[in-house]
Ligand binder design. Structure first.
Ligand code: ADP
Ligand code: MG
Length: 332
């Protein structure tokens, strides 16, 4: 979901995240006998853990979970040629049909864009492209390119018509990167539950949901990769983190990353990372991105209307801001 990389770049990337993934997997396996499988999908490392199931059953269940994750990846990827999103982004037609599942997620995104007053906006793909975050070597676009990309971006260029088809301006393009991982995690957990798993965890590059049992989930420190900023047990709810530390480049001492403020067309400035706890991971994922764009002051104010959603914001100075109920989940 996150990038079209050169073959060598891709190999290095996969090796690196596999190394990290296996390390984490081994740690967990030693600690509590969870069975773990990791695979690359949705542009990141996916990790599934199951406890209390015998090895043969677990193998079979893991196959089903990863098949579902790959299906979601194919459905929502910006890069899978001839997939529905690629088609939507690469046609000059202004009235386009999409599969029901894509339409359903777009309707959810429509609600989220209104609720967040445009901070969350999947029609940012022209900006993602202009900044090169769809490829291997992102860089700052010149002013004219940036202005054109900002004008072409925005949900106001897209409308869902009565008959369920998508009406869009020719240059409008969609990227589900801020919500697809959370959605895939929810689908994967549904598969786990369909097998009556007592305890399971799905982690898609930091978007996590558990079912049953007690799980310690570490939130990475945004400036110190080997350290944890916090540890939580979300008790069957979901947690998602958006950060400026995984996809970024530096130029003239400024960090430019992949979460854009649609209003300016520039990477959002006020946070290093935002973690959100919600009932489902799709909502947690989308709101983590939205609050990241809003910044700590507006983000905390926005979250007041959702008393059962919790957040940890680490601002640009490295200071923590938490919702009142976050402490109920935090163990460290
Ligand atoms: P991560 O992928 O690191 O978990 P996010 O969930 O915040 O981070 O998603 C970031 C991705 O979402 C970007 O790579 C881009 O494709 C897309 N995106 C960037 N800015 C926005 C935004 N304001 N609203 C919705 N999607 C965005
Ligand atoms: Mg997100």
């Amino acid at each position: 979901m996150n990038g079209k990389r050169s073959p060598i770049g891709l190999t290095m990337f996969i090796l690196a995240i596999f190394a990290i993934g296996f390390y984490i997997a081994l740690q967990f396996a030693k600690k509590d006998d969870a069975l773990t499988r990791t695979q690359v999908a949705l542009g990141t490392l996916i990790e599934v853990q199951i406890r209390g199931v015998d090895r043969t059953d677990a193998w079979h269940i893991m196959d089903a979970v990863f098949a579902e994750i790959r299906r979601v990846d194919t459905m929502f990827s910006t890069y899978k040629e001839s997939g529905p999103v690629w088609k939507l982004n690469n046609t000059s037609d202004t009235l386009v049909s999409v599969p029901d599942e894509v339409l359903a997620l777009m309707l959810r995104c429509d609600t989220l864009t209104r609720a967040t007053r445009g901070a969350f906006d999947i029609a940012v793909q022209p900006l993602v492209r202009a900044w090169g975050f769809d490829g291997d070597s992102p860089s700052r676009p010149d002013d004219a390119t940036l202005a054109a990309a900002r004008d072409a971006s925005g949900w106001h260029h897209v409308r869902i018509s009565e008959d369920g088809r998508i009406r869009k301006s020719p240059a409008a393009m969609i990227n589900f990167g801020a919500i697809a991982k959370g959605y895939a995690v929810d689908r994967a957990v549904a598969v786990l539950r369909s097998y009556d798993i007592a305890e399971g965890l799905v982690n898609a590059g930091g978007e996590v949901r558990t079912t049953g049992g007690t799980w310690s989930i570490g939130i990475q420190h945004p400036r110190s990769p080997s350290e944890l900023a916090a540890v939580v047990d979300v008790h069957g709810r979901a947690i998602a983190t958006s950060g400026d530390y995984e996809q970024y480049f530096e130029a003239d001492g400024v960090r430019y990353h992949h979460i854009f403020d649609p209003a300016t067309g520039l990477p959002a400035r006020e946070c290093q990372s935002v973690s959100v706890i919600a009932d489902d991971d799709m909502t947690a994922d989308a709101l983590a991105t939205a609050v990241f764009v809003m910044g700590p002051a507006d983000g905390m104010e926005f979250l007041k209307q959702y008393p059962d959603i919790e957040a940890l914001i680490i601002d640009e100075q490295g200071a923590e801001h938490v919702t009142p109920g976050f402490a109920n989940y935090r163990t460290r």
